[in-house]
Ligand binder design. Structure first.
Ligand SMILES: [Ca+2]
Length: 174
């Protein structure tokens, strides 16, 4: 990586999926961001951002959310203003969890799942989560701060077989 290359300033993660059949319980997927500090980059998250939790400084925001996947285009979107994060933060992990309140659901049971990570008009990664079809949650992106203080993107597709709450506690372990 060139030492002169600029880091990522603002990234967006978007998620879409198709609704469940009309006679079935809704499929509710959630985008989740977890932030970590330099002291414990793989430990407990400092804070989480998802449908029920906001970032204290407004740098990471869930700009769109859905409980059903109904409608055109993006169902959930997360905006990460990485260059505005305090210097103490060195790592942000983004994941997707499927709500399990109507019984165990895996990505293989959700139709047309699609995740996209962009910086402006540049696509950093795109995936349909088929490689983690047996999982109930998955990490999809990792952003880390390099020695020069610039944010870098890493694709981090890894499946988990746990409920969303357990996922938020362990999604940064790897
Ligand atoms: Ca949701």
């Amino acid at each position: 990586m060139s030492p002169f290359s600029k880091g990522i300033e603002t990234a967006e993660v978007t998620l879409r999926w198709d609704p469940s059949p009309a006679d079935a319980p809704p499929h509710d997927l959630d985008l989740i961001a977890a932030t970590y500090e330099g002291e414990a980059p793989h430990g407990r998250p400092v804070y989480l951002v998802h449908f029920d939790s906001r970032s204290p400084d407004g740098t990471i925001t869930l700009t769109r959310e859905s409980e059903t996947g109904q409608g055109f285009g993006t169902d959930e979107a997360l905006k990460l203003e990485l260059d505005r994060l305090a210097d103490s933060f060195t790592r942000v992990v983004v994941g997707v969890a499927i709500q399990q309140r109507h019984g165990r659901r895996t990505f293989g049971e959700i139709s047309r799942t699609s995740i996209k990570i962009t910086e402006g008009y540049t696509t950093l990664a795109e995936d349909d989560l088929s490689s983690v079809s047996g999982a109930t949650a998955a990490t999809v992106a990792e952003f880390t701060r390099d020695e020069a203080g610039n944010w870098r993107f890493h694709k981090a597709l890894r499946g988990f077989d746990i409920d969303p709450e357990e996922f938020t506690a362990t999604m940064g372990d790897a």
